[in-house]
Design a protein around this ligand. Structure first.
Ligand code: SAH
Ligand code: SF4
Ligand code: F3S
Length: 447
């Protein structure tokens, strides 16, 4: 079999990153070897995201660059997958006429055949059917040789239909994987050197709702916690409306569950939360934060926030800032509202002008930077356990890893530490990372 060089570029969230890993593993036995650079590829596969207009534009401009490559090398195949491909299907060809293959989020398993058809045919192949069950949900993704951390899909799709969000429209209905298959995959990963898993789902709290065996997320966590050789468990993302007391209790009882939760709030105004169809109030949210902190005092809480949602007044925005000041997130991802075709919010009145959204976002991010720095500074002088991932990006002589609370720590050390958990005393606290020195006594563990 002749080998072909495959270059994959991924936009979007961790689900997309993991889909790309699965695709690379799936295509390898069919003769596709990874290419280091687009210029040396026989196939360029762009895994797109459609969550905001900016994400879509980034994918289109990259596809424009790859089209120029194809003009010089006509045998190059360009494949477009992911959420934007799912949403627009054949219409993608209007913007990227040189694309050879458009495939949707439920069709990754067909890639060997789709690529062969695209290579053989004259016109583009388009496959964006939605299926009852996503066939690639449990595909293994072979971890890199020195990887210590891996993603594991526990569920696909979303049934929540938040009014701003395109995900249910491009990923389809919620579907949970069987517990046995998840446990088996994690054991397989641990045998290959993986020490930390991040469980993926758009709303992991409703894990099990499509299964008939009484499975639920807290029970899944308890079973994963028992896997020998695994050190750390993380998960993303959690919807506040479904965050149960049982799950909160897991932060206290399950030793391997890292004391970090990403709990997107989106707005601090009840009026806006209602228009977003989030189905909780600011009081519900703050109540859950309080419970999390009393179960696990050192838990790190991160979130997502949207500014400029249709109808957001200055008073609503002030409520958002007020919630931030009360909760004091460890980190926050914040976005200007971006209208997405097909979502319910497109019909809402009261569009906020771009300059106002920009202003609101800038101020909010400045406030969050103060909170992040304040939180990071509380780590000064403390001893933490760092799972070492590799060399630091900034200084080659430093190694880099994460605390259980998901903070990046750089410290002087050797490459042989990769994959190990080492105690580090924190000596420097910055906005995006901590710095430290290796030390003997460990302080920060799970709760
Ligand atoms: N499943 C996750 C979120 C996935 S999308 C959850 O339920 O929270 C990641 C983040 O992108 C969202 O939390 C939201 O803050 C942001 N986002 C989604 N749609 C958006 C839009 N139309 N405009 C701006 N931000 C958006
Ligand atoms: Fe989107 Fe809401 Fe589903 Fe998250 S829960 S993916 S924000 S619809
Ligand atoms: Fe983007 Fe799709 Fe993820 S829209 S955020 S890649 S689920």
């Amino acid at each position: 079999m002749a080998t072909k060089k495959l270059y994959i570029q991924t936009f979007g969230c961790q689900m997309n990153v993991h889909d790309s890993e699965q695709i690379a593993t799936l295509l390898r036995p069919h003769g596709y070897e990874p290419a280091d650079r687009p210029a040396e590829a026989d196939v360029i596969l762009v895994n797109t995201c459609s969550i905001r207009e900016k994400a879509a534009q980034k994918a289109y401009s990259q596809l424009g660059r790859y089209s120029l490559l194809k003009k010089r090398k006509p045998e190059l195949l360009i494949a477009v997958g992911g959420c934007l491909a799912q949403q627009y299907g054949r219409k993608i060809l209007k913007r990227v006429p040189l694309a050879d293959l458009i495939f949707g989020t439920h069709n990754n398993h067909l890639l060997p055949d789709l690529l062969a058809r695209a290579a053989a045919g004259r016109s583009a192949v388009v496959e964006t059917a939605f299926r009852e069950s996503v066939p690639s949900i449990g595909f293994p993704a072979e971890p890199d040789r020195d990887a210590v951390s891996a993603f594991v899909t526990i569920m696909q799709g979303c049934n929540n239909f938040c009014s701003f969000c395109v995900v249910p429209h491009v990923r389809g209905r919620e579907e949970s994987r069987r517990t046995g298959a998840i446990l088996e995959e994690i054991r397989w990963l641990v045998d290959r050197g993986i020490r930390e898993v991040t469980l993926l789902g758009q709303n992991v709290n409703s894990y099990g709702s499509t299964l008939d065996d009484g499975a639920g997320f807290p029970r899944l966590l308890r079973e994963i916690n028992r896997i020998d050789g695994l050190m750390r468990i993380r998960f993303t993302t959690s919807h506040p409306k479904d965050l149960s007391d049982d799950l909160i209790g897991c932060f206290a009882s399950e030793a391997k569950l890292c004391p970090h939760i990403h709990l997107p709030v989106q707005s601090g105004s009840n009026r806006i939360l209602k228009r977003m169809n989030r189905r909780y109030t600011r009081e519900d949210y703050m109540g859950k934060v309080e419970k999390l902190r009393s179960a696990c005092p050192e838990i790190s809480i991160t979130s997502d926030m949207i500014v400029g949602f249709p109808g957001e007044t200055e008073a609503d925005y002030e409520q958002t800032l007020d919630l931030m000041r009360r909760v004091r997130f460890d980190a926050l991802f914040s976005f200007q509202y971006s209208e997405r075709e097909g979502t319910a919010a497109t019909a809402l009145q009261g569009k906020v002008p771009d300059h106002r959204k920009r202003e609101r976002l800038r101020f909010l991010q400045k406030l969050q930077d103060e909170h992040t720095l304040e939180k990071n500074r509380t780590m000064l002088g403390r001893d933490v356990l760092v799972l070492v991932e590799g060399h630091s990006k900034n200084a080659r002589e430093d190694m880099s890893g994460r605390t259980t609370t998901n903070r990046i720590v750089n410290f002087p050390g050797e490459a042989s530490l990769v994959g190990k958990v080492v105690p580090v005393r924190i000596t420097g606290a910055y906005l995006h990372s901590l710095h430290g020195e290796r030390f003997k006594i460990a302080g920060e563990g799970s709760c």
